[in-house]
Ligand binder design. Structure first.
Ligand code: ADP
Ligand code: ZN
Ligand code: ZN
Length: 803
């Protein structure tokens, strides 16, 4: 007897382990680890992943597997193990980890079909399979599933004659193409053509055309032979031709030709960076590199030449790019160099398109994936390199279960495959730079820009001064004059408004003073109810000040401006300016983002106004002015990474202006011009910023000196949320070492969301032997209430969103 260990599709603590099922004899040779199956579970029929096949089970009277859902494994051994790693490190359920690795189209509710891969294979199909495919090239999976032909089917799939396809019903997507082929055996074809009446010239031409090829797309055949569709119909009736439909990939980039590019001769610096990476590929050694290079220093060229080495060795590579910078320009660079070897995965694709890209990877038709976060799960089995561009981006952390960081997954996979990881950035995350300094990662530096233009001039404008002279507008005099000037010259400007925080902080408009928590170095958050200021890390609170504690001014108030307000003010002050506003509200429709950027690129507007989504991909020749309206907004978010994020963003923005002939200029408006994040970004001085920020992180006990875990409890009843958070905190306090610091319970920065109250506690720790187990105990303890009541506990072992 053979037994399959199956992880079933019930994301709950009690079911988070493999269950044994008997493998029916007919499937013993068919079933493999990594396939999905349908199994009985209580009264239900569930989907599950086979994680092991064994010859024995301790369980008596096993139930049999009911159906096999895949003909080939959808997860390889490595991905199955990666799932275990994710459950351990992020405390997710195994089923959630496995589901996250597959494209949405494969999640259960889609119809499955068997497709003939190409007409030429029809005659080579196994004799038990051929009847299913008589007069058609698509067979519903259901028809074969329970027949004895299944194992034969699997062989034909392995040979590449057939494939399994998930039919995603999407409106308006062309996915099949009509083909024609000879319905006659080879030796009868010439004779058939001769037998046609002499006047059937077009029909003869059509068949002659087909003689050279096995099959042709109908449209092409009609065009080339000049025959009509009626002629095709006649030939089909005569039994000479055979007409059928074939599925084609929905290739979002298929309609475009990418001009082929060749590797550029590298500069000395680039060579020095590339050499150790290539060495690591050749030696099949796992090493992690941090490629620290200013914007425009040629990092992408280094990536591409490293990939070339990987592909030459018959291996595969994954390139991760933040969603937001996965622009057409970026795709073009990789497609231009590697052509059809590239699959592209990002959230702008439809479910069907994503699935098609995934299939290309699964079938080894591509060797390279360029994609956003989840592309890290690309089902390659001979991985030769992982590259993470803009490695400091917070979007590499998934903010729902499994709460993984793509960087950790990349390192896990690369260690498994004994290959390098390359992390690239102009402003590396503090964590990565610290590791590079310690020698855990190898630091590679590109210090020079490729273009002679150098970095743009950056001026910091003191908004307190503006107020002092009576300017209450959100534009400083300098910025306003420069906007007018660009308008006159017909040049373009970009206005940048940092994302507005969910919560508001209180700032003195006269001196820029922001009230911070004395214990956590985090801005206090304004609460209208009770007129109080609160710290969302430790719970410290104080009444709102009427006067600035620093300068005594009465101009102390909460702060925040939306893009819409800026747009209205622009319309008043510069009515002749054409403005494009880009924020979550105006770009929610599919493709809106690209369309707006394209319109701006074509000169259809004078000013582009937006949130951080416009910071990347900002590469327009006519942009000569970039204005940052309020550098402070992000600086004072209740997040210990606020300063780091501000520095990264301002550097990014400053590095983008004036990349072309016209020199660029950047204006940063702020109430705290003396703040190190702002003036060091203006001077493009990462190293000093790093030193300064590290000393503060050390002082206040934040990563990379401490690990953090954030536990958030939400409930529709406030008292429940509070009391459970309290219980969890005191449990942890009793069991953790003295070194660990437990902050809270305290209301979350977003204290109420969808009518649920949210409380949290944060744990700072260095080394805790049984911490994971303790957290599991917490989940166990409240399991009942979570599955029945409306309690929700989320544990984030590496939080990036402090809300
Ligand atoms: P980064 O990725 O660091 O921002 P890019 O790779 O985009 O930098 O390079 C900036 C520009 O310099 C690009 O236009 C690129 O084609 C060009 N470039 C890169 N390497 C070379 C090289 N070795 N010789 C000439 N031009 C180069
Ligand atoms: Zn003040
Ligand atoms: Zn505090």
């Amino acid at each position: 007897m053979k037994v399959a260990a199956v992880i079933v599709d019930v994301p709950a603590r009690q079911t988070d382990r493999p269950f044994d099922y008997q493998i029916p004899e007919k499937w013993e040779d068919v079933l493999q680890v990594g396939m999905r199956v349908a199994v009985p579970f209580g009264a239900r029929r569930l989907q599950g992943f086979v994680v092991a096949i064994k010859s024995h089970s301790d369980v008596k009277s096993l139930k049999p597997i009911e159906a096999i859902l895949d003909v080939a494994p959808v997860l390889n051994e490595e991905l199955l193990r990666l799932g275990e790693y994710l459950t351990e490190t992020t405390l997710c359920f195994a089923i959630s980890a496995y589901q996250a690795m597959l494209p949405a189209a494969m999640k259960a509710k889609y119809e499955k079909e068997i497709h003939l891969v190409s007409e030429q294979y029809r005659s080579q199909l196994d004799s038990s399979i051929q009847p299913f495919f008589s007069e058609r090239s698509v067979v519903p999976w259901k028809e074969i599933e329970h027949t004895s032909a299944l194992s034969r089917l699997q062989k034909d799939i392995q040979k590449g004659y057939l494939e399994v396809v998930y039919q995603v019903k999407e409106k308006g997507t062309a996915k099949t193409v009509k083909y024609i082929a000879f319905a006659l055996p080879q030796e009868q074809r010439g004779q058939a053509i001769d037998s046609l009446p002499a006047k059937a010239v077009k029909q003869k031409q059509l068949l002659t055309l087909l003689l050279a090829k096995e099959s042709m797309p109908l449209k092409e055949a009609l065009e080339q032979s000049g025959a009509s569709y009626a002629a095709v119909k006649t030939l089909v009736q005569k039994g000479m031709l055979h007409e059928y439909e074939m599925e084609t990939y929905r290739d979002p980039y298929g309609h475009r030709d990418f001009p082929k590019t060749r590797p550029l001769p590298l500069t000395e610096e680039q060579k020095r960076a590339l050499t150790p990476i290539v060495e690591s590929v050749r030696a099949e050694e796992h090493r992690v590199f941090l490629l620290y290079g200013v914007t425009g220093s040629g990092k992408t060229e280094v990536y591409m030449q490293a990939i070339e080495e990987v592909l030459k060795r018959g291996k595969q590579a994954i390139v991760l790019v933040p969603e937001i910078s996965l622009t057409p320009q970026m795709v073009e660079r990789f497609k231009g160099r590697f052509g059809s070897q590239v699959a592209v995965l990002h959230s702008g694709l439809s479910i069907g398109e994503k699935y098609d890209e995934w299939r290309k990877i699964h079938r080894k038709e591509v060797q390279l994936v360029v994609g956003a976060r989840s592309a890290i799960f690309a089902p390659f089995d001979n991985l030769g390199m992982v590259i993470i561009d803009e490695e400091h981006e917070a979007s590499y952390k998934q903010e729902e279960t499994p709460r993984y960081h793509a960087r950790d997954v990349a390192i896990y996979r690369a260690r498994f495959h004994q290959c390098p990881v390359v992390l690239g950035s102009a402003t590396p995350s503090l964590e990565s730079f610290a590791r590079a300094k310690k020698g855990v990662y190898e630091l590679l530096t590109l210090s020079k820009r490729m273009s002679d233009n150098g970095l743009p001039t950056v001026s910091v404008v003191d908004m307190r001064e503006e107020l002092r002279i009576g300017n209450r507008s959100m534009f400083s005099r300098t910025l306003f004059e420069k906007l007018q000037d660009r308008l006159h010259k017909g040049e373009q400007s970009v206005l940048f408004l940092n994302r507005r925080g969910y919560s508001t902080f209180v700032m003195c408009r006269d001196c820029g003073y922001v009230i911070r928590c004395p214990h956590c170095d985090i801005s206090l958050t304004y609460h209208r109810a009770g007129q109080r200021l609160k710290c969302h890390y430790c719970g410290y609170e104080e009444p709102i000040a009427q006067r600035c504690p620093s300068c005594g001014s009465e101009h102390i108030r909460f702060f925040g401006t939306g893009t819409q307000k800026v747009e209205e003010e622009l319309a008043k002050l510069l009515p002749e300016a054409r403005v494009i506003r880009m924020d979550v509200d105006t770009t929610s429709r599919k493709g809106a983002h690209e369309r707006m950027l394209a319109a701006f690129g074509e000169g259809k507007a004078d000013i582009l106004l937006g949130t951080q989504m416009i910071a990347k991909g900002l590469d327009f020749p006519k942009v000569t002015l970039v204005g940052v309206l309020t550098a402070d907004t992000m600086l004072h978010l209740p997040d210990f990474r606020a300063c780091e994020k501000t520095f990264q963003l301002l550097t990014q923005v400053s590095g983008r202006a004036g990349r072309h002939q016209l020199p660029g200029e950047v204006i940063i408006q702020t109430y705290t011009p003396e703040h190190y994040s702002i003036n060091l970004a203006a001077r493009h001085d990462y190293e000093t910023f790093y030193q300064k920020e590290m000393s503060l992180r050390k002082l206040y006990g934040y990563p990379p000196f401490y690990y953090l875990t954030l536990i958030t409890v939400s409930h529709s009843e406030l008292t429940k949320a509070v009391s459970i958070t309290e219980k969890i905190s005191s449990y942890l306090r009793a069991h953790l070492s003295k070194e660990a610091i437990i902050l809270g319970p305290v209301a979350s920065p977003i204290a109420r969301l969808h009518d649920r109250y949210r409380y949290q506690c944060m744990i700072k720790y260095k080394r805790e032997a049984n911490f994971t187990q303790m957290l599991k105990n917490v989940v166990d303890r409240y399991q009942q209430e979570m599955s029945q009541g409306d309690l929700l506990i989320t544990i984030d072992t590496n939080p990036y969103m402090m809300m």
